[in-house]
Design a protein around this ligand. Structure first.
Ligand code: ADP
Ligand code: MG
Length: 245
């Protein structure tokens, strides 16, 4: 569904440009969660900006269902680390912002359903500053799912949360995702998160980012994942690859 061929990105002027992504090749299939893991500064966010259509200055080919990325044609849900909420809008307004911008019809029933799944139906009149980090992240997730996106792009969305909240959000996200099966690109720098959330795992090298490996995740959706041998083994394998990269 998403085809990426020889994607390279440089920042800066031509004579002193810095390469950030180096010949990325990958096919991202429908209905899977791809977790991309790599060290800080290797170009993960840049990769997501290209996929979202925000960054257009790149070399190579990026196609969604055979066509160039176009946020007007494809429904793309974007969830960022800092939640991306507007401080002067309340929760309700923040959640419907996405469909409003897109001019999509608002589906009241679905809206209520998503709120309930995320447990934020009591927070509609609050403003972002009156919410905890975890609550803000739930609002951002509600906004993205309300769009019924074809592609969900997430850039280290849970990294600002403390460990307990983070695990709770990961589990909640996975539960909601299972009902929608939306094609998801999830950026992380946590081995644990990559293993918990990814049906496929892609490892990026140090900057400039290259793909070191693409793995089917044997741990995906296993019960009590974090206590199992598969988890330990994959975790060691990924850490070794990251260390060498
Ligand atoms: P990551 O998300 O993996 O930490 P980024 O994609 O944010 O990495 O950044 C990759 C590299 O590109 C970093 O060295 C960063 O400093 C640099 N960079 C990011 N954005 C810009 C920009 N707009 N102009 C110049 N350099 C940038
Ligand atoms: Mg980043």
């Amino acid at each position: 569904m998403i085809t990426i061929k020889d994607l390279s990105v440089k920042y800066g002027d031509q004579d002193k440009s810095v390469p950030v992504l180096d010949h990325i090749n990958i096919e991202i299939g429908k209905g899977e969660i791809y977790t991309f893991i790599g060290p800080s500064g290797c170009g993960k966010s840049t990769f997501l900006y290209v996929l979202s259509g925000i960054l257009r200055d790149y070399e190579g080919l990026v196609l969604v269902d055979g066509r160039p990325v176009d946020p007007k044609r494809q429904r793309i849900g974007l969830i960022l680390q800092n939640y991306g909420l507007l401080p002067w809008k309340n929760v309700r307004q923040n959640i419907i912002l996405g469909v409003k911008i897109k001019g999509q019809p608002r589906e009241e029933e679905y809206f209520t359903y998503i709120l309930k799944q995320l447990g934020i139906e009591q927070l509609l009149d609050r403003y972002p500053k009156e919410l905890s980090g975890g609550q803000q992240q739930r609002v951002a997730i509600a906004r993205a799912f309300l769009l019924k996106p074809d592609i969900l792009l997430m850039d280290e969305p849970f990294s600002a949360l403390d460990a307990i909240n983070r695990e709770e959000m990961q589990a909640l996200f996975l539960k909601i995702w299972q009902e929608h099966n939306v094609t998801t690109v999830f950026i992380t720098h946590s081995v644990d998160e990559a293993l918990y959330l990814g049906s496929k795992i892609i490892v990026f090298s140090d900057a400039p980012g290259k793909i070191l490996g693409v793995y089917d995740n044997p741990c995906f959706q296993l019960d009590n994942l974090r206590c199992r041998d598969e988890y330990y083994n994959m975790s060691m394998q990924l850490r070794k690859i990251l260390d060498k990269g």
